[in-house]
Design a protein around this ligand. Structure first.
Ligand SMILES: [Zn+2]
Ligand SMILES: [Zn+2]
Length: 148
């Protein structure tokens, strides 16, 4: 499977060649501010499986283990980068309807920060923060060089 996508103006284009790991709605305040949306929806891929075509997005280090990326021309949100994952914003895909959401991990995280009048119609689990197994995974990788 190769999934393609990019920003609004077309400067940033990518090919994601691996099976996606998960689709996640994040309700945290940082994602809200960075995307300008009430919730940020990202799709996870293993580091190294997303190829940028002509240009790479600009990155902003938003916390110790995370960089967020965007198009420097049109401002579109593109990625959320960790040591082991490149996570792409769902709105940047050419065909988000093709994502195999029914077959992979899905969920809402940081639901405790959600806007009280905003939710989505789905039966995905709503986690107050990250689920415990994700916290363990991220803590084990903390402090390493971001490769995603
Ligand atoms: Zn752009
Ligand atoms: Zn978030």
């Amino acid at each position: 499977m190769t999934l393609t996508g990019g920003c609004l103006c077309g400067r940033i284009r990518y090919h994601a060649s691996a099976e996606p790991l998960w689709v996640c709605h994040c309700h945290c305040e940082m994602c809200r501010r960075q995307t300008g949306a009430p919730v940020a929806t990202y799709v996870g891929f293993p580091a190294g499986t997303v190829k940028w075509l002509d240009n790479e997005p600009t990155r902003y280090r938003s916390s110790k283990d995370v960089e967020r990326s965007f198009c420097p021309v049109c401002g579109s949100t593109i990625g959320f980068h960790r040591v082991h994952e490149t996570n792409l914003s769902v709105g940047s895909f050419d065909a988000p309807e093709a994502l195999p959401a029914a077959d992979i991990w899905t969920g809402h995280v940081w639901f405790k920060e959600h806007i009280p009048w905003f939710d989505t119609a789905d039966d995905w689990a709503r986690h107050a923060e990250f689920p415990p197994e994700r916290v363990e995974e991220l803590n084990a990788l903390s402090g390493q060089v971001i490769k995603g």
